[in-house]
Design a protein around this ligand. Structure first.
Ligand code: SF4
Length: 435
């Protein structure tokens, strides 16, 4: 076994199967009982409207498997830390900890919960870009990275190296998206090294990075290594993506003089070939969001490199809510542009510029409808879409029928669900993995 050995274990529902992946790769070989341990899951966002968690966020099962092993190892200084997107439909990390069940398992094992957004950041420079990096992550002696097995519209695969973006303050995350995501992910990982990476593949996600557009599947694998790069190469391969096609993996290999072929990586445990998939990495379209509600004539430009996840997710969520409160309507030929993108306008097409970046790139187009903000809030977007796309009579009906529901949701009086939830039924999708 070497430091780059990657293990693959079948998840059989037990915590032991998560521990097996860690043991097989020698994950705790360098762990001292006195180490300050930080476990970094991926919770992305969690607001007052619930998004299906499968394949999008780390399961509490995976976190519990790791915490149990740490307790057995004798570690007493353990924290679980994450910083979610803030503000998107009321999203914050505390809600995310609760929603995923990570709060419960963390308390059960006597570990601390850290909302990295509320903790101090240290200012560092990555190739001329000033970023704030979580001090808790920088100070950890043993950082355990727990990403999800998922695709991503901008970088193809979102795995361990990418998961560390959650250790940045929110202004720096935007800067990452606007100044070169692949490059900055590489630099961040040269600065902030993980001692262990455990990819939670109980579910995997295609057309990711979220379940608003993407589609989750049950996969039941846990992939682990002391080497995040090697772990990501195996994770990407299992998704059916050549590691060399993932920009940040390619650049990381080049800048650290490492081969990117799997032949150089020792893989132990389950046979990788037999569990390889070929998932769809292309992001979902507006049709994926609208579902079978009879809205036609609305399209969204695919995510470009220079676009923040929060911006696209807010838009996706707003379109999903818009479709929930409206049905059977033809919007002609309306296209929404988001991020730093140049509009290519078809004849007679109605254009919506979403967010300050799209507006500043195409500001001279006086006919375009503009929804400003950085990012615009989901609720403002829903209202702007209604105001600009619907006849007055329809707006009044929608407000009369749906305002109480939206207010109830907002106040936490009940939890509404998006059409996508219908797909996620037991036994394939098990809510107890997030309790
Ligand atoms: S407008 Fe959107 S894409 Fe541009 S910086 Fe703000 S959040 Fe990012």
């Amino acid at each position: 076994m070497t430091a780059s050995t990657v293990s693959i274990a079948r998840f059989d529902g037990s915590l032991e199967s998560i521990g097996r992946a860690i043991e097989l790769c020698g994950g705790f070989e360098k762990l001292n009982t006195a180490d300050r341990v930080l476990v970094k899951p991926n919770i992305t966002f969690s607001g007052w409207i619930q998004i299906p968690p499968y394949g999008m966020v780390t399961t509490s099962k995976a976190v519990e498997g790791i915490l149990r092993m740490l307790a057995e190892h004798g570690c007493r200084n353990v924290s679980v830390g994450e910083g979610t997107v803030v503000g998107m439909v009321g999203s914050n990390t505390r809600k995310g900890f609760k929603y995923t069940g990570i709060e419960r398992v963390t308390k059960k094992y006597g570990a601390r919960l850290l909302d990295l957004n509320e903790e101090p950041f240290e200012s560092r420079e990555l190739d001329g870009v000033r970023v704030g990096i979580s001090k808790a992550a920088l100070d950890a002696d043993f950082l355990i990275n727990v990403p999800v097995l998922k695709t991503h519209p901008q970088v193809k695969a979102s795995l361990g190296l990418k998961n560390l973006k959650g250790c940045l303050d929110s202004a720096s995350r935007k800067r990452f998206h606007l100044k070169g995501l692949d490059h900055l992910i590489c630099l961040l990982n040269r600065l902030l090294e993980c001692q262990l990476t455990v990819i939670d593949g109980i579910y995997m996600l295609e057309k990711g990075a979220d379940t608003l557009m993407g589609t989750a599947h049950r996969k039941d694998v846990i992939i682990a290594s002391r080497d995040t790069f090697a772990c990501d190469c195996v994770g990407a391969t299992i998704l059916g993506i050549e590691p060399s096609q993932v920009g940040y993996l390619k650049e990381y290999a080049e800048t650290t003089n490492r081969p990117i072929d799997l032949g150089a990586i020792q893989v132990v445990g389950e046979d990788m070939e037999s569990i390889k998939e070929r998932v769809d990495c292309e992001p979902g379209t507006a049709e994926d969001l609208l579902g079978p509600v009879g809205i036609t004539g609305l399209s969204v430009s695919p995510p470009v490199q220079r676009l923040c996840s929060g911006c696209y997710s807010n838009l996706a969520l707003a379109v999903a809510i818009f479709s929930k409160v409206n049905s059977n309507i033809d919007l002609g030929d309306t296209r929404i542009y988001c991020g730093r993108i140049q509009v290519s306008k078809g004849t007679g097409q109605r254009i919506i510029l979403y967010g300050d970046c799209a507006i500043s790139e195409n500001g001279t187009d006086e006919h375009a409808i503009k929804i400003s903000g950085c990012p615009p809030s989901a609720m403002n977007t829903v209202l702007s879409l209604m105001k600009t796309l619907l006849p007055r009579s329809r707006i009044l009906t929608a407000l009369l029928l749906h305002s109480p529901k939206l207010l109830g949701l907002r106040a936490g009086l009940y939890s509404g669900s998006l059409p996508k939830w219908e797909r996620y039924q037991p036994p394939e999708f098990d809510r107890s993995h997030f309790r």
